[in-house]
Write a new protein. Structure first.
Length: 169
């Protein structure tokens, strides 16, 4: 069975001078996606802090929020370096929910480091490696790049229908 779930979005809007409102993104959760994120949360004890390493190539510097592109550019031509796919998180909050942010780091001959700069005010994050194929991660990443688990489901009133929330219409 497929169910829609709500996710907080980083997109903010305003209604002609009124306070900003937060929009929510609706996504379809398949049993495979549910199982994958449940597995991530169950493996939080495997997550670890990965040190930041400032790098550059000529005039190029890694950009914030561009981790996948940064790592791909950095490892190009470096035979002992590879991209490690995974998820940044702060672990579970007081309600038991966990934010997962798709992320890539560098494995340089067994030494892991992060080359993507983050805001200095961001609390320390931990990195959890993706278990599975590169293709599966890359296919999932655009839709599920920032996800809170457990998911918040919107339950249909009738088969095939979903309640419309006037707040979002």
């Amino acid at each position: 069975m497929l169910l829609r779930c709500k996710f907080p979005s980083n997109r903010w809007g305003s209604n002609h001078g009124s306070p900003p409102i937060q929009y929510e993104i609706m996504r379809i959760v398949t049993p495979a996606i549910e199982s994958y994120f449940a597995s991530l949360q169950s493996r939080l004890d495997e997550a670890s802090r990965v040190p930041f390493k400032a790098v550059s190539i000529a005039e190029w510097l890694p950009l914030p929020s561009q981790c996948h592109k940064n790592v791909d550019y950095w490892i190009a031509g470096r035979l002992k370096s590879r991209r490690v796919r995974g998820w940044l998180t702060w672990g579970k909050d007081e309600a038991g929910s966990c934010l997962f942010i798709a992320h890539s780091i560098v494995d340089d001959n067994g030494i892991l480091y992060d080359i993507t700069p983050i805001d200095s005010n961001t609390p320390p994050l931990i990195f959890l490696k993706h278990i599975g194929s590169r293709e599966a991660f890359d296919a999932m990443q655009p839709t599920w790049s920032s996800s809170v688990y457990p998911f918040i489901f919107e339950v249909p009133q009738e088969s095939g229908e979903f309640e419309e929330d006037a707040e979002y219409n």
